[in-house]
Design a protein around this ligand. Sequence first.
Ligand code: ADP
Ligand code: ZN
Length: 745
Amino acid sequence: MELRHSHLILQHYFIMITIAAPHQILESVFGYTEFRHNQEEIITHLLSGKDAIVLMPTGGGKSLCYQVPALCLPGVTIVVSPLIALMKDQVDALVLSGVKAAFLNSSQSGGEQSFILQQLQRNELKLLYVAPERLVGDDMQFLRYLQDIKLSLFAIDEAHCISQWGHDFRPEYRVLSQLKEKFPAIPIIALTATADAVTKKDIIEQLHVTDYRVFENSFNRPNISYYIKPKRGYYDVLAEYLEEHKDDSGIIYCLSRAATEKLAEDLREDGFSAAAYHAGLEKTIRDERQDLFLKDDIRIMVATIAFGMGINKSNVRFVVHADLPKNIEGYYQETGRAGRDGLPSEAILFYGAGDVMKLKNFAQVDNNPEQTQILLKKLDKMVQLCETKTCRRKYLLNYFGEEAPDYCGSCDNCLSKPELQESTVVAQKILSTVYRLNQKFGMRYVVDILKGSNSEKIREEHKKLSVYGVGKDKPKEEWLHYVKELLHYGYLQASDGEFPVMKLTEKSNNVLFKAEKVFLTAPVQVTIAKEPVIYQQYAYEKELFEELKKLRNKIAHEENVPAYLIFSDSSLLDLATYLPLSKNDLPKISGFGAFKIERYGDQFLEKVQDYCNDHSLDTRIELKQPTRTKKTVTTRERPERATDTKKASYEMYRSGKTISEIATDRGLALTTIEGHLSYYITSGELDVNIFVPKDKQELIAVAVEKFGRLSLKLLKDNLPEEISYGEIRMMIAHLAVGALKRPER
Ligand code: ADP
Ligand code: ZN
């Protein structure tokens, strides 16, 4: 065969030959035991020489989808990435794991660039990251150059940038259309975390891929908990939260530059490690602060949305919105920067009506009513998220066109598990007021009447109404809460228009004139988790964890790289949980690949050994089992390693004890134990049939259908006497299993 003409065939041939198995690379280089989501499927697909379009949320693990094949195949993988900062980060991380990787972009000198090109030519690189402008520059010289290089794969990161319909179009990305023509035998993987249908279609068209598969993942971020709290007096709540998370890194978003400066200063005065970041600062200052944040030398970045693009920091534990975001897209992207390492993280938004007014003004686009309408509509969706009484996660996922169960168990609404209470009198007072005001006034006016307000805006004739002042017994906020509840349950309706007025409904007539009972959610105070969530879920040595972090930071400083690139928080947590005492045990710890073990293993091991000596602790490495890939994904992921109180009850139950025996033994309430065990019904480890006879199951299911699952009391009252609270609770857990199974996509 003539070699010159066999260029294509040869490349095909190379694709088929792999120099290492994916799983082996995953373990030895990256130190992980299991692939996540559909990483393995994607990798196998690429190794068979086909193209892949990958949609995965931030933190999902996109990078491994091309980094592993890059190491399985002979030749070099070209990674196109628009974010220079991120590029350096990724290359640093690879180099720290012993992978030959480099990047090419405009920030480098000519000398540096030609050095890298030489390495490329000598086939010394496994991955080369390239900025799009470097591809197009010099009349696309680089692409011609690549013709003579042994390539394995093209990876297009942030692939939505190729599409005009995406939110971040980069004209240089258009050159990627030529890849298939110029390199027909080299597979392409395009990756993005932005998933709208038009953009997706455009990516496929622009790249001219033909033999491709689209890999989509749920956009759910199960490790992020969502909280929305009132904005009034938020500073104290925030400060208290930060006080309890002093060792964690986080981002606080504000709307304006001035607000970031002010808040950062206030926080610093209160002893927090905080700095401001916004586009108005000089570049050197911005870079410096970003660097300090990445290295954990600044804990809290108080920033405008200018901050975060290209931040790959995996141990951001919380994202706070001190001001309302303009739309859900922005909110989700910003909160998504928390918890890339998969550990529990929190998103907290402080919501106040003042922000809505402010943003409504910003949304006014001069001479463009259509655009204004679009912006206002998006803002409205954001407000609805804040006001909803149902699961926030469900609302978010639905917004992005994804189905979700009613209950996620990790948003403020789900966690507060509001019990419905009989609120007939409260409802009657409100509805009568609306009626007396001839259904012509808004929510706040109604509440002012109830409170007997002396404000000027109250009309004299209204002060003579019988309802004037009948609600003096409750604070204004509570009345507002109840009005919203009545709206939510359809006892009231708000008219359209800028100043919505309260209208009665058929349902309210039953209350006013037929004495029907009303059940509403009582106003609840949701407190944000007191301890950092990781403390609650993992039985680990806290003190050791802190020491390991210190060691990591010391090394990071010496090597001048961000700490999380040395080891992620989850790797250190693994160490502090399983206490490996010999070097042979280190490969079992997540993130400890061969190269890193060689380089850092001893130092970390020594810390663990010392700690165990001082505290007379033995290793727990035998407890470490590879996490099995679960077939049914639940949104409420059960921490595999938790030795929590639920588990204790479960094990006692398995050992043959009855529920009441466990309650006595543990000194806990019967209902608490039932709650514990119901958890294992949800997880599929216990069968509901053990606890609830079949005939009762049916009755309970019907009642749940009718009354919802919010109030156990409501269900109990509407079921036969002999059905117990425990049985209802177990059945609800059982029903949740069906709801939690994500529909096949
Ligand atoms: P994305 O690019 O999708 O935002 P990354 O590729 O940065 O996500 O991955 C997020 C984090 O998850 C990284 O710290 C990465 O090392 C880690 N990770 C990815 N895949 C795995 C896996 N299979 N097992 C353990 N950790 C993983
Ligand atoms: Zn929820």
